[in-house]
Design a protein around this ligand. Structure first.
Ligand code: ZN
Length: 130
């Protein structure tokens, strides 16, 4: 299964928790594991606070400060900072499924992270039941 995600900015975190939860419900999965995988080299997936939107703004601000757009990068495509950020955040997450729900903490959400947008992206979802 996969989600199609349209991003709207060069750097952006999009809360996809509800979409992933809906997929679980459609599949009727009650317990197991949900693996989220981003098959891109300039995007990532992370889990963090979804209640206060300024948390994701702060994360992006710090990433942008850590990985400047202008530096003597060698990659000719010109998007090396996006590749670096994607590796810092990572391409996958694993979440337990409990009673048909993602077993996230109260304040946690799943975020698709765009680092070289806007683009149309994919997130692959594999459910391991049991
Ligand atoms: Zn590149």
């Amino acid at each position: 299964m996969q989600l199609t995600i349209k991003t709207h900015a060069q750097t952006e975190m999009i809360d996809v928790t509800d979409q992933v939860q809906r997929l679980l419900a459609d599949q009727g999965v009650r317990s197991g594991l949900c693996m989220l995988y981003v098959p891109h080299t300039t995007a990532a997936v992370t889990i963090n606070e979804s209640a206060d939107p300024s948390v994701r703004e702060d994360i992006l601000m710090v990433l942008n400060q850590m990985v400047p757009w202008k530096a003597p990068y060698r990659h000719l495509e010109g998007n090396s900072p996006a590749h670096v950020k994607a590796s810092l955040i990572g391409a996958s997450q694993l979440v337990r499924i409990d009673n048909g729900r993602l077993a996230l903490g109260t304040w946690q959400g799943i975020f698709f992270c765009e680092f070289d947008g806007p683009r149309t992206r994919k997130m692959e979802i594999t459910l391991i039941t049991g």
